[in-house]
Design a protein around this ligand. Structure first.
Ligand code: NAD
Length: 366
Protein backbone atom coordinates (compact mmCIF):
# COMPACT_ATOMS: atom_id res chain seq x y z
CA UNK A 1 0.00 0.00 0.00
CA UNK A 2 1.34 3.46 -0.87
CA UNK A 3 1.39 6.04 1.91
CA UNK A 4 2.00 9.75 1.72
CA UNK A 5 5.36 10.61 3.23
CA UNK A 6 7.79 13.50 3.46
CA UNK A 7 10.27 13.32 0.60
CA UNK A 8 13.93 14.29 0.57
CA UNK A 9 14.42 15.19 -3.08
CA UNK A 10 13.03 12.01 -4.68
CA UNK A 11 13.28 9.70 -1.65
CA UNK A 12 11.18 9.22 1.47
CA UNK A 13 12.96 9.73 4.79
CA UNK A 14 12.90 6.03 5.60
CA UNK A 15 14.27 5.12 2.18
CA UNK A 16 17.06 7.60 2.67
CA UNK A 17 17.81 6.18 6.14
CA UNK A 18 17.77 2.71 4.64
CA UNK A 19 20.19 3.68 1.88
CA UNK A 20 22.56 5.44 4.26
CA UNK A 21 22.13 2.71 6.93
CA UNK A 22 20.86 4.91 9.73
CA UNK A 23 19.43 3.25 12.82
CA UNK A 24 17.14 5.97 14.20
CA UNK A 25 15.90 9.46 13.51
CA UNK A 26 14.19 11.10 16.47
CA UNK A 27 12.03 14.21 16.08
CA UNK A 28 11.67 16.36 19.18
CA UNK A 29 9.30 19.28 19.60
CA UNK A 30 8.03 21.52 22.36
CA UNK A 31 5.72 24.19 21.03
CA UNK A 32 5.66 26.13 24.28
CA UNK A 33 9.43 26.59 24.34
CA UNK A 34 9.77 26.75 20.56
CA UNK A 35 12.04 23.73 20.37
CA UNK A 36 12.35 21.79 17.15
CA UNK A 37 15.19 19.31 17.16
CA UNK A 38 16.21 16.15 15.36
CA UNK A 39 18.54 13.50 16.76
CA UNK A 40 20.06 11.06 14.32
CA UNK A 41 21.72 7.81 15.32
CA UNK A 42 23.61 6.34 12.42
CA UNK A 43 25.47 3.34 13.76
CA UNK A 44 26.06 1.90 17.22
CA UNK A 45 28.27 -1.10 16.41
CA UNK A 46 31.31 0.45 18.13
CA UNK A 47 29.34 1.80 21.10
CA UNK A 48 26.69 4.40 21.93
CA UNK A 49 26.33 7.06 19.26
CA UNK A 50 28.17 10.28 19.97
CA UNK A 51 28.37 13.58 18.12
CA UNK A 52 27.65 17.24 18.73
CA UNK A 53 24.48 19.27 18.57
CA UNK A 54 24.31 21.99 15.94
CA UNK A 55 21.94 24.93 16.14
CA UNK A 56 21.23 26.43 12.74
CA UNK A 57 18.48 28.48 11.13
CA UNK A 58 17.76 25.94 8.39
CA UNK A 59 15.77 27.14 5.42
CA UNK A 60 13.50 24.09 5.68
CA UNK A 61 12.91 20.98 7.74
CA UNK A 62 14.14 18.92 4.82
CA UNK A 63 17.46 20.79 4.90
CA UNK A 64 17.77 20.04 8.63
CA UNK A 65 16.99 16.36 8.14
CA UNK A 66 19.49 16.05 5.31
CA UNK A 67 22.13 17.78 7.40
CA UNK A 68 21.64 15.62 10.48
CA UNK A 69 21.63 12.43 8.41
CA UNK A 70 24.89 13.38 6.72
CA UNK A 71 26.54 14.66 9.88
CA UNK A 72 25.66 11.57 11.94
CA UNK A 73 26.95 9.25 9.22
CA UNK A 74 30.17 11.26 9.18
CA UNK A 75 30.46 10.75 12.95
CA UNK A 76 30.33 6.98 12.52
CA UNK A 77 33.40 7.09 10.31
CA UNK A 78 35.13 9.80 12.33
CA UNK A 79 34.77 7.89 15.59
CA UNK A 80 35.87 4.69 13.92
CA UNK A 81 38.99 6.01 12.20
CA UNK A 82 39.99 7.82 15.39
CA UNK A 83 39.96 4.43 17.14
CA UNK A 84 37.19 5.40 19.59
CA UNK A 85 34.66 2.92 20.94
CA UNK A 86 31.61 5.02 20.15
CA UNK A 87 29.18 5.02 17.27
CA UNK A 88 27.97 7.86 15.08
CA UNK A 89 25.21 10.29 16.00
CA UNK A 90 24.43 13.97 15.76
CA UNK A 91 21.64 16.38 16.62
CA UNK A 92 20.36 19.59 15.12
CA UNK A 93 18.20 22.23 16.73
CA UNK A 94 16.34 24.33 14.18
CA UNK A 95 16.45 28.08 14.76
CA UNK A 96 18.55 31.20 15.05
CA UNK A 97 20.87 30.74 18.04
CA UNK A 98 20.96 34.49 18.67
CA UNK A 99 17.17 34.50 19.09
CA UNK A 100 16.10 31.19 20.62
CA UNK A 101 18.98 29.81 22.67
CA UNK A 102 18.61 29.81 26.43
CA UNK A 103 18.58 27.69 29.56
CA UNK A 104 15.00 26.43 29.23
CA UNK A 105 15.40 25.39 25.61
CA UNK A 106 18.70 23.60 26.22
CA UNK A 107 17.35 21.80 29.29
CA UNK A 108 14.29 20.67 27.37
CA UNK A 109 16.57 19.36 24.65
CA UNK A 110 18.53 17.59 27.41
CA UNK A 111 15.33 15.80 28.44
CA UNK A 112 14.96 14.44 24.93
CA UNK A 113 18.58 13.25 24.92
CA UNK A 114 17.93 11.62 28.29
CA UNK A 115 14.91 9.83 26.88
CA UNK A 116 17.21 7.88 24.59
CA UNK A 117 18.74 6.24 27.66
CA UNK A 118 22.37 6.61 26.61
CA UNK A 119 22.00 5.46 23.01
CA UNK A 120 23.08 8.98 22.04
CA UNK A 121 25.63 11.23 23.77
CA UNK A 122 25.83 14.87 22.79
CA UNK A 123 28.49 17.61 22.86
CA UNK A 124 29.18 20.96 21.13
CA UNK A 125 28.91 21.71 17.46
CA UNK A 126 28.20 24.94 15.58
CA UNK A 127 26.60 27.62 17.79
CA UNK A 128 26.95 25.59 20.97
CA UNK A 129 29.06 26.39 24.03
CA UNK A 130 30.22 24.64 27.19
CA UNK A 131 27.48 26.61 29.02
CA UNK A 132 24.85 24.97 26.78
CA UNK A 133 26.30 21.56 27.61
CA UNK A 134 25.95 22.41 31.28
CA UNK A 135 22.25 23.19 30.83
CA UNK A 136 21.83 19.86 29.06
CA UNK A 137 23.73 18.17 31.90
CA UNK A 138 21.07 19.35 34.35
CA UNK A 139 18.68 16.94 32.64
CA UNK A 140 20.88 14.07 31.49
CA UNK A 141 24.26 12.45 32.13
CA UNK A 142 24.62 11.71 28.40
CA UNK A 143 26.56 14.84 27.52
CA UNK A 144 30.26 15.77 27.35
CA UNK A 145 32.15 18.94 26.52
CA UNK A 146 31.36 20.57 29.87
CA UNK A 147 33.52 23.43 31.08
CA UNK A 148 36.79 22.69 32.86
CA UNK A 149 35.55 24.40 36.02
CA UNK A 150 32.69 21.87 36.11
CA UNK A 151 35.12 18.99 35.75
CA UNK A 152 34.66 18.65 31.99
CA UNK A 153 37.12 18.78 29.10
CA UNK A 154 36.20 22.31 28.02
CA UNK A 155 35.77 23.63 24.50
CA UNK A 156 36.88 20.91 22.03
CA UNK A 157 37.73 23.42 19.28
CA UNK A 158 41.43 23.97 20.15
CA UNK A 159 41.99 20.21 19.93
CA UNK A 160 40.06 20.01 16.65
CA UNK A 161 42.28 22.77 15.29
CA UNK A 162 45.41 20.98 16.51
CA UNK A 163 44.39 17.78 14.70
CA UNK A 164 43.76 19.74 11.49
CA UNK A 165 47.18 21.36 11.88
CA UNK A 166 48.84 17.93 12.27
CA UNK A 167 47.03 16.64 9.16
CA UNK A 168 48.00 19.74 7.20
CA UNK A 169 51.62 19.00 7.99
CA UNK A 170 51.24 15.37 6.84
CA UNK A 171 49.73 16.61 3.55
CA UNK A 172 52.52 19.18 3.13
CA UNK A 173 55.11 16.46 3.65
CA UNK A 174 53.60 14.52 0.76
CA UNK A 175 53.24 17.49 -1.59
CA UNK A 176 56.32 19.58 -0.75
CA UNK A 177 58.62 16.95 0.80
CA UNK A 178 58.63 18.84 4.11
CA UNK A 179 56.02 19.33 6.79
CA UNK A 180 57.28 22.76 7.76
CA UNK A 181 54.64 25.33 6.91
CA UNK A 182 56.83 28.44 7.16
CA UNK A 183 55.88 30.86 4.37
CA UNK A 184 53.12 28.64 2.97
CA UNK A 185 50.03 30.56 1.85
CA UNK A 186 47.14 29.08 3.82
CA UNK A 187 43.58 30.33 3.48
CA UNK A 188 41.32 29.73 6.47
CA UNK A 189 37.62 30.04 5.58
CA UNK A 190 35.44 30.54 8.66
CA UNK A 191 36.84 32.42 11.66
CA UNK A 192 34.81 30.72 14.36
CA UNK A 193 36.06 28.45 17.12
CA UNK A 194 38.09 26.03 15.01
CA UNK A 195 39.25 28.58 12.43
CA UNK A 196 40.60 31.03 14.99
CA UNK A 197 42.56 28.38 16.93
CA UNK A 198 43.95 27.05 13.66
CA UNK A 199 45.10 30.55 12.70
CA UNK A 200 46.92 30.85 16.01
CA UNK A 201 48.87 27.65 15.30
CA UNK A 202 49.63 28.68 11.71
CA UNK A 203 50.88 32.12 12.73
CA UNK A 204 53.19 30.50 15.30
CA UNK A 205 54.49 28.31 12.47
CA UNK A 206 55.14 31.50 10.43
CA UNK A 207 52.78 30.60 7.63
CA UNK A 208 51.30 33.36 5.47
CA UNK A 209 47.67 33.25 6.63
CA UNK A 210 44.74 34.47 4.54
CA UNK A 211 41.28 34.65 6.11
CA UNK A 212 37.65 34.93 5.10
CA UNK A 213 34.34 35.07 6.95
CA UNK A 214 30.78 36.19 6.27
CA UNK A 215 30.89 38.56 9.22
CA UNK A 216 33.05 41.66 9.58
CA UNK A 217 33.24 41.43 13.37
CA UNK A 218 34.91 38.01 13.06
CA UNK A 219 37.42 39.35 10.54
CA UNK A 220 38.08 42.42 12.65
CA UNK A 221 38.77 40.42 15.79
CA UNK A 222 41.22 38.12 13.97
CA UNK A 223 42.92 41.00 12.13
CA UNK A 224 43.43 42.76 15.48
CA UNK A 225 45.20 39.73 16.92
CA UNK A 226 47.23 38.47 13.96
CA UNK A 227 48.92 39.66 10.78
CA UNK A 228 46.61 38.16 8.15
CA UNK A 229 45.45 38.95 4.62
CA UNK A 230 41.68 39.28 4.22
CA UNK A 231 40.02 37.60 1.23
CA UNK A 232 36.47 38.48 0.13
CA UNK A 233 33.93 35.67 0.51
CA UNK A 234 33.44 35.34 -3.25
CA UNK A 235 37.18 35.24 -3.96
CA UNK A 236 38.02 32.29 -1.70
CA UNK A 237 37.87 29.49 -4.25
CA UNK A 238 39.91 31.22 -6.95
CA UNK A 239 42.60 32.43 -4.52
CA UNK A 240 46.13 31.30 -5.37
CA UNK A 241 47.23 29.55 -2.21
CA UNK A 242 49.13 26.45 -1.13
CA UNK A 243 46.47 25.20 1.27
CA UNK A 244 42.75 25.87 1.50
CA UNK A 245 41.38 25.18 4.99
CA UNK A 246 37.55 25.06 5.05
CA UNK A 247 36.49 25.79 8.63
CA UNK A 248 32.95 27.06 8.05
CA UNK A 249 30.03 24.88 7.00
CA UNK A 250 29.88 21.86 4.68
CA UNK A 251 29.67 21.29 0.91
CA UNK A 252 32.10 24.05 -0.06
CA UNK A 253 33.88 21.56 -2.33
CA UNK A 254 31.51 21.09 -5.24
CA UNK A 255 31.19 21.17 -9.03
CA UNK A 256 31.12 24.99 -9.07
CA UNK A 257 34.08 25.61 -6.76
CA UNK A 258 36.54 22.88 -7.81
CA UNK A 259 37.14 24.27 -11.33
CA UNK A 260 38.08 27.63 -9.73
CA UNK A 261 40.50 26.18 -7.20
CA UNK A 262 44.15 27.18 -7.23
CA UNK A 263 45.55 25.25 -4.28
CA UNK A 264 47.65 22.12 -3.81
CA UNK A 265 46.10 20.87 -0.58
CA UNK A 266 42.70 21.02 1.11
CA UNK A 267 42.83 20.45 4.85
CA UNK A 268 40.27 22.03 7.14
CA UNK A 269 38.02 21.48 10.12
CA UNK A 270 34.54 21.71 8.57
CA UNK A 271 32.33 18.63 8.47
CA UNK A 272 30.99 17.22 5.19
CA UNK A 273 33.19 19.36 2.97
CA UNK A 274 32.51 17.36 -0.20
CA UNK A 275 29.04 18.08 -1.63
CA UNK A 276 29.19 14.65 -3.28
CA UNK A 277 31.74 12.34 -1.67
CA UNK A 278 32.50 10.20 -4.69
CA UNK A 279 32.28 12.73 -7.49
CA UNK A 280 34.05 15.62 -5.81
CA UNK A 281 36.81 13.53 -4.23
CA UNK A 282 37.55 12.26 -7.75
CA UNK A 283 37.44 15.75 -9.26
CA UNK A 284 40.02 16.91 -6.71
CA UNK A 285 42.17 13.90 -7.46
CA UNK A 286 42.01 14.55 -11.19
CA UNK A 287 42.99 18.16 -10.60
CA UNK A 288 46.01 17.13 -8.53
CA UNK A 289 44.71 18.61 -5.27
CA UNK A 290 45.51 16.52 -2.19
CA UNK A 291 42.43 16.28 0.01
CA UNK A 292 42.74 15.59 3.75
CA UNK A 293 39.49 13.70 4.49
CA UNK A 294 37.41 15.89 6.79
CA UNK A 295 36.15 13.19 9.14
CA UNK A 296 39.69 12.00 9.76
CA UNK A 297 41.46 15.30 10.17
CA UNK A 298 38.85 17.08 12.31
CA UNK A 299 38.55 14.23 14.81
CA UNK A 300 40.57 16.02 17.55
CA UNK A 301 37.41 17.49 19.10
CA UNK A 302 35.63 14.18 19.45
CA UNK A 303 38.82 12.62 20.85
CA UNK A 304 38.74 15.35 23.50
CA UNK A 305 35.11 14.77 24.51
CA UNK A 306 35.52 10.98 24.28
CA UNK A 307 38.09 10.97 27.08
CA UNK A 308 35.62 12.99 29.18
CA UNK A 309 32.77 10.64 28.28
CA UNK A 310 34.90 7.68 29.36
CA UNK A 311 35.50 9.35 32.73
CA UNK A 312 39.30 9.44 32.41
CA UNK A 313 40.08 12.85 30.95
CA UNK A 314 43.77 13.52 30.57
CA UNK A 315 44.87 16.42 28.37
CA UNK A 316 48.32 15.01 27.61
CA UNK A 317 46.80 11.72 26.43
CA UNK A 318 44.23 13.58 24.35
CA UNK A 319 46.94 15.56 22.57
CA UNK A 320 49.03 12.43 22.05
CA UNK A 321 46.07 10.66 20.45
CA UNK A 322 45.27 13.73 18.36
CA UNK A 323 48.84 13.73 17.05
CA UNK A 324 48.14 10.24 15.65
CA UNK A 325 46.12 12.09 13.00
CA UNK A 326 49.45 12.94 11.32
CA UNK A 327 50.33 9.26 10.93
CA UNK A 328 46.81 8.22 9.93
CA UNK A 329 46.71 10.96 7.29
CA UNK A 330 50.04 9.70 5.91
CA UNK A 331 48.72 6.12 5.88
CA UNK A 332 45.56 7.23 4.07
CA UNK A 333 47.57 9.14 1.45
CA UNK A 334 49.78 6.10 0.87
CA UNK A 335 46.84 3.69 0.72
CA UNK A 336 45.10 5.93 -1.80
CA UNK A 337 48.19 6.06 -3.95
CA UNK A 338 48.85 2.29 -3.84
CA UNK A 339 45.22 1.40 -4.62
CA UNK A 340 44.63 4.26 -7.07
CA UNK A 341 41.65 5.50 -5.08
CA UNK A 342 40.83 8.89 -3.59
CA UNK A 343 42.04 9.80 -0.10
CA UNK A 344 38.40 10.08 0.94
CA UNK A 345 37.71 6.50 -0.17
CA UNK A 346 40.90 5.25 1.48
CA UNK A 347 39.88 6.82 4.81
CA UNK A 348 36.35 5.41 4.47
CA UNK A 349 37.76 1.93 3.83
CA UNK A 350 39.81 2.07 7.03
CA UNK A 351 36.84 3.33 9.07
CA UNK A 352 34.43 0.74 7.64
CA UNK A 353 36.89 -2.10 8.12
CA UNK A 354 37.16 -1.35 11.85
CA UNK A 355 33.37 -1.35 12.19
CA UNK A 356 33.06 -4.56 10.21
CA UNK A 357 35.65 -6.20 12.45
CA UNK A 358 33.61 -5.12 15.48
CA UNK A 359 30.26 -5.87 14.02
CA UNK A 360 27.90 -8.06 15.95
CA UNK A 361 26.05 -8.78 12.72
CA UNK A 362 29.21 -9.40 10.71
CA UNK A 363 27.90 -7.69 7.62
CA UNK A 364 26.95 -4.06 8.10
CA UNK A 365 26.41 -2.14 4.88
CA UNK A 366 26.94 1.57 4.55
P1 NAD B 1 31.63 28.39 14.44
O1 NAD B 1 30.18 28.60 14.32
O2 NAD B 1 32.33 28.85 15.67
O3 NAD B 1 32.39 29.06 13.19
C1 NAD B 1 31.97 28.98 11.88
C2 NAD B 1 32.41 30.28 11.20
O4 NAD B 1 32.22 30.12 9.79
C3 NAD B 1 31.60 31.50 11.62
O5 NAD B 1 32.47 32.55 11.97
C4 NAD B 1 30.77 31.85 10.39
O6 NAD B 1 30.51 33.23 10.27
C5 NAD B 1 31.70 31.35 9.29
N1 NAD B 1 31.06 31.08 8.01
C6 NAD B 1 29.91 30.41 7.76
N2 NAD B 1 29.70 30.33 6.42
C7 NAD B 1 30.77 30.96 5.84
C8 NAD B 1 31.16 31.20 4.49
N3 NAD B 1 30.41 30.80 3.46
N4 NAD B 1 32.32 31.86 4.25
C9 NAD B 1 33.10 32.27 5.27
N5 NAD B 1 32.78 32.05 6.56
C10 NAD B 1 31.64 31.42 6.84
O7 NAD B 1 31.87 26.82 14.21
P2 NAD B 1 33.13 25.93 14.64
O8 NAD B 1 32.85 25.28 15.92
O9 NAD B 1 34.39 26.70 14.43
O10 NAD B 1 33.03 24.78 13.52
C11 NAD B 1 33.41 25.03 12.18
C12 NAD B 1 33.25 23.76 11.37
O11 NAD B 1 34.06 22.73 11.93
C13 NAD B 1 31.82 23.19 11.33
O12 NAD B 1 31.62 22.59 10.09
C14 NAD B 1 31.84 22.14 12.42
O13 NAD B 1 30.86 21.14 12.22
C15 NAD B 1 33.24 21.60 12.24
N6 NAD B 1 33.78 20.94 13.41
C16 NAD B 1 33.91 21.64 14.58
C17 NAD B 1 34.47 21.00 15.68
C18 NAD B 1 34.70 21.74 16.96
O14 NAD B 1 35.45 21.24 17.80
N7 NAD B 1 34.14 22.93 17.13
C19 NAD B 1 34.88 19.65 15.60
C20 NAD B 1 34.75 18.99 14.37
C21 NAD B 1 34.20 19.64 13.29
Amino acid sequence: MRRDSIKLKSQTILDKMWDMSHEQLVFCSDHVLGLKAIISIHNTVLGPAMGGTRMWDYTSEIAAIEDVLRLSRGMTFKNSIAGLNIGGGKAVIIGDAKKIKGEKLMRRFGEFVNGLGGQYWTAEDVNMTTQDMEYIRMETPYVAGLSEKSGGSGDPSPVTAYGVFCAMKACAKKVYGSDILVGKKILVQGLGNVGSYLIELLIKEQAHVLVSDLFNDKIKSIAERFKVTVVAVNEVYGAEVDIYAPCALGATINSQTIPMMNCKIIAGGANNQLADETLHAKMLNDKGILYGPDFLINSGGIINVYFEQQGNYNKAKVLEKTEDIYKMTTDVINLASVNQITTHQAALNIAKKRIEDFSRLKSPTF
